[in-house]
Design a protein around this ligand. Structure first.
Ligand code: PA5
Length: 531
């Protein structure tokens, strides 16, 4: 029960959705509920803005885009009949494709049935599928899921090792909204090469989820991929889990995507309220604002007491930090906004950083996630002590930590769900998507662009361009040791540090044909590749 008022607690208990949110411990003990509610009312314009977004307003002014992830779970809301048709068609396409794969009518090149899925994507094109896959996996999964979510060759090898001799039964899903993300492009090329090494045609094992006309879309079509699935410009990467980006992998894994969509739609009805007092997402955004002063001065620690939800913090980290972490506000003023998110799971983390949360610097607030049901009803229950189960301990640890934090004047909020099923996961996704939108509006930043991500892509490309110039410079004087400054000079770069980092990396990887000598670096051997 709330330490402030029972009414406040009851207002955020949704029996029909099996969800309850307790924000009472965000506020200092003794705070006056009337004051709290008064400050919450300042979120009215932000709730109204969410309604405008659902109606098709341009909510991403930089990119001139609508923000329509709400339409994905209720296509009737789409502001244009063509969008509704596209959403419903994509849903049917996903279900029909997954059914055909499970039935074996869409089959691998050498016959049999697909048994593995290799998802190739990054950021919003991977984190949702990773979270959902881990949260809902069971022994009854129809396919085993693997990820290339980076351009780390060793990570790629590790995923391929997990697939092992199952490559001939692997379906690759290349996911990229823009269709031009380097990490994903590299992952796709690495996967295609791995298939080729097994004598397999990647295209006969691959589908793409991407925007119409993107480089990936063109590649998929020209190479004859099994299928392509749409991604629209009005769905942001980090809010794309309930588009084909998340639904296709989930349906193939055998998860209940209808229940996930239903859960999200149900939560959307609860957060589609102009009155913040009746809107759980507004309460959540308000709680963040109260805890951080609306400036990010405290971090959000996400502590689900449920192993299945371990990736929730990573998923939220992107959703929140990529949406909220902005240099400029909507008026172009420098605001350096943010809300840092981290966490793993309880009680595991009680044996790690929770020590600092309880006793150390007060620069955070905790979001506890409580899942009432311990384990599947068909599972045997063990009493680890007379009358006490492992799950009772988990619950006890949650309550104990929550109370200890409150007693030590550390704010927290608690979100309770009945069980960790597809419906609850859909609700959690919808709740946080809306809360992020409301919070961003309240602090006046554009939640739907990511200029920092784009800048990072450009910076990496500049390094690759420098590497190519460095390599050319060394190749032109093959066998000759050149000092760093000479190499930089020949490569047209005065950035000695960047030149050194490129060379150091090249020299550490045999096969690059570059060696480090006493006086500098040299290209060795008769040809760059064979050296
Ligand atoms: O949320 C976002 O917009 C980003 O994290 C993108 O998802 C990420 O950069 C990958 O982009 P894309 O899907 O275009 O490959």
């Amino acid at each position: 029960m709330s330490q402030y008022s029972l009414d406040l607690f009851d207002a955020l208990t949704y029996a029909d959705a099996d969800v309850a949110i307790d924000v009472s411990r965000i506020f200092p003990a003794g705070a006056d509920p009337a004051d709290i509610l008064g400050r919450l009312d300042a979120f009215s314009p932000s709730c109204a803005a969410m309604l405008a977004i659902e109606g098709g307003a341009i909510a991403n002014p930089d990119e001139g885009r609508m923000v329509g992830h709400y339409w994905l779970r209720d296509a009737d809301l789409a502001p244009d009949p063509a969008l509704k048709t596209a959403i419903l068609a994509a849903l049917s396409q996903v279900s029909a494709f997954a059914d055909a794969v499970h039935a074996g009518t869409i089959a691998p090149q050498r016959g049999g049935k697909f048994a593995h899925i290799l998802i190739i994507g990054i950021g919003g094109s991977a984190l949702g599928p990773q979270f959902v896959s881990a949260a809902l996996t069971t022994a009854a999964d129809k396919m085993k899921v693997h990820f290339f979510d980076n351009t780390d060759p060793d990570g790629i090898d590790r995923a391929l090792d997990q697939i092992g001799d199952g490559l001939a039964a692997t379906l690759a899903i290349v996911i990229s909204k823009s269709g031009g993300t380097q990490e994903t492009r590299n992952g796709m090329l690495e996967a295609a090469a791995a298939f080729a090494r097994e004598g397999l045609d990647f295209a006969k094992h691959a589908v793409a989820v991407t925007g119409e006309g993107s480089a990936l879309n063109k590649h998929a079509k020209s190479h004859g991929f099994l299928d392509t699935f749409p991604m629209w410009d009005w769905v942001g990467g980090r809010t794309s889990e309930l588009s084909a980006v998340g639904l296709l992998p989930a349906a193939l894994q055998g998860l209940d995507i209808a229940a996930m969509l239903d859960g999200a739609a149900l939560m959307d009805t609860k957060t589609r309220r102009g009155q913040p007092r009746e809107n759980p997402a507004a309460w959540l955004a308000f709680a963040w604002h109260e805890a951080t002063g609306g400036t990010g001065k405290r971090d959000m620690v996400v502590l689900p007491y449920k192993d299945r939800l371990e990736l929730f913090s990573r998923y939220l980290q992107q959703l929140v930090m990529e949406s909220i972490g902005k240099r400029l506000d909507l008026q172009g003023n420098e605001v350096l906004q943010g809300l840092a998110v981290y966490g793993n799971k309880g009680s595991t983390d009680q044996h790690a950083y929770v020590q600092q949360l309880r006793d150390g610097v007060k620069n955070f607030f905790v979001t506890f996630i409580e899942v009432l049901q311990d384990r599947g009803a068909d599972r045997p229950v063990l009493e680890v002590e007379p009358g006490v189960t492992s799950g009772d301990y988990l619950s006890g640890f949650l309550q104990g930590t929550r109370r200890a934090l409150t007693d030590a004047d550390r704010p927290s909020l608690t979100l309770t769900i009945q069980r960790c099923d597809a419906r609850a996961i859909g609700m959690l996704i919808a709740l946080y998507e809306r809360a992020v939108g409301i919070y961003a509006h309240r602090i006046g930043v554009n939640a739907y662009h990511q200029p920092g991500v784009e800048a990072g892509k450009k910076a990496a490309q500049a390094v690759i361009d420098l590497q190519l110039r460095v390599v050319t410079a060394l190749q032109q004087r093959r066998g000759q040791t050149l000092a760093l400054a000479e190499i930089g000079n020949a490569a047209g770069s005065a950035d000695t540090e960047a030149v050194y980092w490129v060379l150091r990396h090249l020299a550490a990887n045999p096969g690059k044909g570059l060696v480090r000598t006493d006086g500098g670096f040299k290209a060795a051997g008769s040809s760059w590749r064979s050296a």
